[in-house]
Design a protein. Sequence first.
Length: 398
Amino acid sequence: MSRPFWILAMVAFWAIFTVGCAVKAPVDSGPESETPEIVVPQAKVEPLTSVPAPWSELAGQLVAQGLPRDKVTRFFASQELTYTKAPMEAKLRELFGIFFRSDLTKDIQEKLYQLGYEVLIDGRNGPGTKKAIQAFQKDHNLNQDGKSGDVLAAVLAQWVKKAQVRNLADYKPPAATKPSRSTTYPQFTNPKVLEQIRAHYARDRALFERMAKVYGTPGPLAASIMWIETGYGNFFGKNKAAVVLASMAASENFKLIAPYLGDLASEPGAEDFLREQARQRGQWARNELASLLSYAWSNRLDPILFPGSIYGAIGYGQFMPSNIAKYAVDGDGDGRIDLFEKPDAIFSIGKFLKAHGWLEAKNEEQRRQVIMRYNKSGTYVNTVLYVARALDPTFGLD
């Protein structure tokens, strides 16, 4: 079943840019001559036969993008590199729940509204829609699974015909609520944990002040981001970034991930939808993996050792690999960039914020917009500002 272009475009955007609480920020990498240009292959690429399954096709694509064949071969020979379905399966299930058959979802939402249930009519099959479906199912002694679909739509249509219903023309979407400027993540802002970040900041204050002189980014701001992203290095993530990205990239071959999606793919049109999303997300992961490998090899680091987030963000500041070449800095002058070293991480965060307009931000609203480039969450921004002010009460004052 074909999907309207705007839906596919929205899905593609969501698939590429939705990622939890990890910075999608870029970072100065090593000399350009040491960093292969990342080029997406346009023609069919031959698999690298010296690399075992399920990696041979992906390895061939990375070599076609300019990465050294010998290094790519050694990387995929690592015993640490084991395929995992988890990240791609999680992403595809998320996208399926939100976007698949949005026209059907909207029809169900409209009928639920007509029957008196409070639901947002937006074509997205989110928690609010599931709750409304369960309320209808409960009222009519049906299995309260909250699932939408053709059967539910038909049942709702029958009830709309025989029940006294609300006029669909009277529907008005709920008024947008103004985002809170005070809600924070309490695990970072209670008095006990603030004492911990104060101790970290005091110990490294000279380093933050040196960064501030170079980039004009306040030290408390960079320290706050490091605290919220990784607990100032106490938790870099429970996944191996290279394993996550390689597994997602390999899953561009839909045959790898399809066995884990059988309950979804049985619906009409679902397999085509899932296949396309796996292709898009797999290409994204391949380019992130290429950036990760290029960064590691250029800086004499072992990429297989990097811990990271569920989608491959790494280091104190949780940078996505594709951003490293733009903003990462050798903060301690040792000739390489290691985002798991505090000086490099601190200077990289400072450069990122400067590059996104911190020096030009003249009031709190503009400053909030700069921090939003690091993580698109109002609560995240609130928390960053709260912790920064706890480190320096004069922070942010004009």
